[in-house]
Design a protein around this ligand. Structure first.
Ligand code: C5P
Length: 263
């Protein structure tokens, strides 16, 4: 085998399939990603959250964040350069060092986490389908529709009683309830602050930046994890992509074996 051939050979883990899952905050992207992982039933599947790639804040920005006055819902808040860099590493079978983000501190932690050679990587985040460089690396583009679950709708009516802000009745509001409950339980926030941030930034920027990503999605999934048919379709699509890649890999091995025999 010539050194040229060796260089061109691409190991199977050097071509990870990357699936992007975008959607509003509280739309159930993480649950959907977990449901896809469960239905795939494969060992080398990793979920990577775009939250890991929020930019570090200046002291002034951090103070604003603690007052719920910093806009985390603009693409400007995300470090797309580092995200693209890490995705390229993963796609090329290299070790990728991924930042760990603390919502309680509005900052990256000292520690990092390692992602290495997954066969499938699910990238989930409000801007998973925003940056062209990311889009170019995606094998499948998914947009998770906000869940308009009836039960949560009812809870959103209850929300008006504690909210100092006007809560218009729309099918988007159940996501507010889900996000508030999650932020208070898991992200060290208070209800008033969450609602202030929602109406200042999350909701307006959903219409400005997040929703337009529907246009370039391959699949738009309503009803999140309840949508078993959609999850099954996605799982079949990914399985078939992996089978094609595996067949190509086998062909490559045979070709290189022949070259080695002949040389
Ligand atoms: O997990 P999810 O997609 O909901 O995370 C995105 C949301 O996290 C954004 O809507 C943003 O407002 C919020 N966020 C926050 N504090 C940070 C970083 C992001 O509330 N420090």
């Amino acid at each position: 085998m010539s050194s040229d051939e060796r260089i061109r050979y691409s190991p199977p883990w050097g071509n990870a399939s990357i699936i992007g899952v975008a959607g509003s905050s509280g739309s159930g992207k993480t649950s959907l990603a977990l449901a896809i992982v469960a239905s795939l039933n494969l060992p080398w599947v990793v979920i990577m959250s775009m939250d890991s790639f929020y930019k570090p804040l200046t002291p002034e920005q951090s103070a604003a964040a603690f007052r719920n006055e910093f806009d985390f819902d603009s693409p400007e808040a995300i470090d797309f350069d580092i995200l693209v860099d890490r995705l390229r590493d993963i796609k090329n079978g290299k070790v990728a060092e991924v930042p760990v983000y603390s919502f309680e501190k509005h900052a990256r932690l000292e520690q990092t986490t390692i992602v290495y050679s997954p066969h499938v990587l699910i990238l989930e985040g409000i801007f998973a389908l925003h940056d062209q460089r990311v889009l170019d690396m995606l094998d499948l583009r998914i947009f998770a529709e906000a869940d308009s679950d009836l039960c949560l709708s009812r809870r959103s009516q209850a929300c008006t009683s504690f909210s100092p802000y006007p809560v218009p009745s729309s099918s988007f509001e159940p996501t507010l309830i889900r996000a508030v409950v999650r932020d208070v339980k898991e992200r060290g926030r208070d209800i008033e602050g969450c609602i202030k941030q929602w109406f200042s930034f999350v909701k307006p920027n959903f219409y400005k930046y997040v929703s337009p990503q529907r246009e370039i999605a391959d699949i738009i999934i309503p009803r999140g994890i309840e949508n078993r048919v959609a999850i099954q379709m996605i799982s079949s699509q990914i399985t078939s992509t992996l089978a094609t890649k595996s067949a190509q890999h086998q062909l490559e091995l045979t070709r290189l074996g022949k070259i080695a025999e002949d040389s």
